[in-house]
Design a protein around this ligand. Sequence first.
Ligand code: CA
Length: 445
Amino acid sequence: MSHLIDDTHDPARRSWVATAHGSEFPIQNLPLGVFSPPGGRPRGGVAIGDMILDLSLAARSGLLAGPAKLAAEAASGRELNALLGLGAGPRRALRRRLSELLTDRSPDRPEVETWLYPTARCELHLPCAIGDYTDFYAGIHHALNVGRQFRPDSPLLPNYKHVPIGYHGRASSVRVSGAAVRRPNGQRRAPDAEAPTFGPAQRLDLELELGVWIGPGNALGEPIAIGRAADHIAGLCLLNDWSARDLQAWEYQPLGPFLAKNFMTTVSPWIVTAEALAPFRTAQPARPAGDPRPLPYLWDETDQASGAFALELEVLIASEQMRRRGSPPHRLGRGPATNLYWTVAQMAAHHTSGGCDLRPGDLFGTGTISTPDEAGVGSLLELTRGGQRPVSLPTGETRTFLQDGDELILAGWARAEGYVPIGFGPCRGVVIPAAAPAPAAACAP
Ligand code: CA
């Protein structure tokens, strides 16, 4: 069980790290990531307030033992795949021990203080070497909003409520928050044109998603049962599936997205663990009357009772002009993560149901998460109704799709009555101009 509530969630617990309380990373969070301290090599770390605790130093100390030490050792290198492969037991042991060491009553503060670096002086990296990345399409209001633009009478295709729709994405171009987002070049055909053209994407968009980090995974040919699927979810992050709508519209049939989405995906740097998220588990919203009950391999009562997450997600934009003026980012939308039609456990069960193996450090995107109304839509395609209705920024600028120089920021908080809220840390990227297209090959003489 990854969702036990214990002393580490006690809202009264405070850390001696002064900036922890009230931040996205209070002692109740303790998310996992990979960082380089000034002049140092990448290694695993844990965020606490505005500091990062070095897990390679923790592993070498005499203050950890047993499974907690095993977990810290597995996190001492430049990626956390080995730690995620250990499953929830060692991860929870490490969390419990670090929580003790960081709590304001800890007698070991003097030694643990030597494991901390100011985050502002560190470089953050992707937390795992991502073997495979899969993007789902479980945000039902996104599917409806987009479907209505193309098929007003039947926005959802007949399979949507039976099968978690997804496609295999591109792992090589996943980057950590802060990396510049180069506008892709690509092929598209204007609606009134006969022939396609090649050039910088003109309808560059974001997609607000949750990222799901996979834990132990399964052997080829041995599906993960829905009742065990939660054991394979190591934690969550924020994920922006940058999308070039003009490329997508031309290329997606019949096999789905390709270059429209493979140029870049941005994730927030920290894995907010399944353990940290335990108090924020909530019931999967009941399916509307008349919706089909999923097939048995996708249905588990415990998962339905606690397989969703009480998260509030935000999309913010800061144009170059706004940043120059020092204006705060402008919120484009805010909404709950419960607007997903399938749970992350159902995604994992479905992904493996045909025999496909998941490996530690694999990444899922949930699909764009939008609200049924306009308060929290997760893409400009929806917000501007396909570019028909521009949004205004505080500077008087307007946007239908993203322009060069725009910074896009995703933010997320987990909140529940009686618990200390925890955050994800930002998932941000600035759009930079497209590269000059590769020159055409010279003709052979
Ligand atoms: Ca997507």
